[in-house]
Design a protein around this ligand. Structure first.
Ligand SMILES: [Zn+2]
Ligand SMILES: [Zn+2]
Length: 213
């Protein structure tokens, strides 16, 4: 929830503050977030004090990618910082970038890049909260202090644990083992609106289906 003024009152004006509610929290079927006529508010350049993005000071990701760029980002408070080595993130980026409407992603507003583990270094991992749900094959992470969603960690399974899963589940777990998907909204200086993100309909395709609280 937000309470404040989108347009600040003029000097001397007595203006009631506005209440804002995050429409991503409403139950499925009540609000179609992707279908809403959203207006964009440029808070980055209009809100004071000006925000200084926390800097990543860790080591460079090991991945070797021709013509790669080093992107850095963080949660809001700076307890978690991240580096992502990737081909240039712009409209010509040909690998998959996606928003997902599954029960969890739609609430957090992620814009996913499906990066490999070797492309990503996270500093401040001890400050990551972890949330496991659904099929319990992955966990979504977020900063424990400021709550900003960071990435998806693919969980490790032993041979014995894999052996008791269905073949379909096992194949999926093995196929994603090398990935470390990152929320592109945390990257400094990157406007996710400049990217060609596809829309993945996770709500209707991911199992088990979600029971709305
Ligand atoms: Zn934080
Ligand atoms: Zn999702």
């Amino acid at each position: 929830m937000f309470i404040g003024h989108l347009e600040p009152p003029s000097p001397g004006e007595n203006k009631e503050p506005e209440n804002g509610i995050n429409v991503r929290l409403f139950q499925r079927g009540q609000v179609d977030v992707w279908g809403l006529p959203l207006k964009k508010f440029d808070g980055a350049s209009s809100l004071k004090p000006v925000y200084e993005p926390p800097q990543f000071t860790g080591s460079e990701p090991a991945a070797e990618i021709e013509g790669a760029k080093l992107y850095t980002g963080s949660c809001h408070c700076g307890a978690v910082t991240l580096a992502l080595k990737s081909k240039s993130l712009d409209k010509d980026f040909t690998e998959r970038i996606a928003e997902c409407d599954c029960s969890n992603c739609i609430k957090a507003g992620y814009v996913w890049i499906y990066s490999k583990k070797t492309q990503v270094v996270i500093d401040g991992k001890e400050n990551l909260g972890r949330y496991i749900f659904g099929n319990k094959f992955t966990e979504k992470t977020f900063c424990k202090i400021c709550g900003v969603p960071i990435h998806t960690e693919i969980l490790d399974f032993t041979e014995e644990e894999l052996a008791v899963k269905s073949k379909e589940e096992r194949d999926w777990i093995v196929s994603v083992q090398s990935f470390s998907p990152v929320n592109l909204r945390i990257i400094n200086g990157l406007d996710v609106n400049d990217l060609k993100a596809s829309q993945f309909h996770g709500y209707s395709t991911l199992q088990p289906s979600y029971l709305e609280p």
